[in-house]
Design a protein around this ligand. Sequence first.
Ligand SMILES: [Zn+2]
Length: 472
Amino acid sequence: MSTRQLFHGHVLKAAVFVTVTASLVIAQTRITVPDNKYSPAQDVELGQQAAKEVEQQLPLLRDDGIASFVDRIGRHLVQVTPPELQHREFQYSFKVINVREINAFALPGGPMYINRGMIQAAAVEGEVAGVMAHELSHVILRHGTAGATKEQPFAIGAIAGAIAGAIIGGNLGQVVAQGTQFGLGTYFLRYSREYEKQADLLGVQLMARAGYDPLDLMHMFQTIEKQGGGGGPQFLSDHPNPGNREAYIKQETSHLRIEGQAGDSHEFARVQDRLRSMAPAPTTEQATRHGKPTPTRSGQPAPDVRNIGTRVAPPSSRYKNYTEGNLFRISVPDNWKEVAASSSVKFVPDGAYGEVHGHTVFTHGVELGFTRNEIHSLEEATQEFIDSLSQSNRSLRATGGLQNTKLSGRNGFMAILTNVSEVTGRGERVTIFTTLLRDNNLFYCIAVAPQDEYQAYQRSFQRTAQSIRLTD
Ligand SMILES: [Zn+2]
C-alpha cells in the first residue's frame, strides 16, 4: 500500500474571498486579506527559523550570476507591492536550491526558495517572475499563518520544525519534524483553493505592475502540469488548481495595464547557459539522503527500510499507547514501530515498511492522518480520499460500499478494499476508517495486511481502531 500521493486529485470547490471593485479606473480584482491571529513579527520569526532548518538540509546553489538574477526579479516584485499590503517587518530573500524538481516555496515573513529545476523549465524570465509573484503573494497575504489561525497557538520553534519537515519530506523530514506538533507542516505549505486563487490574482497584478506579461504565469502552470509524472509535481500538490485557473488568469489580465517592460532576455539566456553547463541537479531525495535509520519521537529506531519484504512477525498481543500531538491517542501492538511524517503517522512491524521507486510503502500495519476537506460531507470526502489513494495504487478495488461506523464516538465510515502489493506482488486487504475533525478536515486510518495473513491481523486492527481517541 502506497500513500505518498494522498493530497493529489482533490477537486474541491473553493469559496473565494474576492470582490470586484466598482472603480472605473482600476477594474482589477480586489483581494481581501484573510484574518490572522499571528502578528507580522511572528510571521518573520517563524519564517526565519524554518529557513535556517531548510538551509541546513537542502543544497543552495551558490552562483553569483544566478543569485543576482532571482534577487533582481524578487526585489522588483516587492517594490511594486501596493502600499496597503506592505509589511515593514518582512525580510525578503530569494535563493535557488540546487535540485531538479520544478518547485518553489516561500516561508512566512519573506524567505523564498526557487528550485533550479523551475528556472531550467522556464521559457522566458516572465515565467520565473510569475511563479515568484505567486509565492510572494502568499507571503504578503500571510496565507501560511492565516491558514494556521484556526489551530491552537503553538510554539514558534515547533511550527518551524514542522514546516521544514514538510518541505524536506521523506525520512529526513521526519528527523526535522521530530518532537514537533503532528500535522502542522501541512497547514503552512499546502494552501487552500481559496488562497490559491488569491495568490494567482495578486500574482498577476504584481506582474503587470512590474512590467511582465501576466500570462507568463499561466504558461508556467502549463509547463508544471506537463511535468506530471507519477502523482503530479509537488508544486501543484501544495498549490492546487482552484478550478478554471487559466480562465480567470486571462480574465484578470484583460483588466490590467502592463507598466513598462520588464525582463532581460540576455541575462535570462546567460543564466540558462550557465545552468546547462553545470553538473545536472540531483533530485531532492538524492540531495537529502543520509542512509541512517531515523529515530522517531518515541526514541525507538525507525524500522529499517532495507528490510521490506522480509519475514514479518505477527502482531503482539501486548499494546503500547501513543499520543500524536493535539490530534489523537492510540494503542497499537507493541512490536509495531512509529514512523511519523508531517500529516500522517504509521505503526508498522519490522520488514513491513520501506521505499519502492522513491515512495514509501507498507505491507502490514496502520497509517493515520488527515487531509484537507473544505466543504464536503464526510461521505464525499471519504470517497474522494479513496479515489486519491487509487491514483497511487492502481490495483486498489472496493469490495463493497461505505459502511457506517463510529470512530472515537463520532460518525464514521469504513470501507474494505483489495490491492496488489508493489513489494510482494501478492494480494493485500486494505480497511479504511474515516471521520471528520472539528475543523472539518478528514481524519483517516488505513489498515493493511496481506490477504492470506489477514486473519492474524483482523483482531489487532479492530482493537487499534477502537482505541483511537480524537483530542482535537
Ligand atoms: Zn500557491
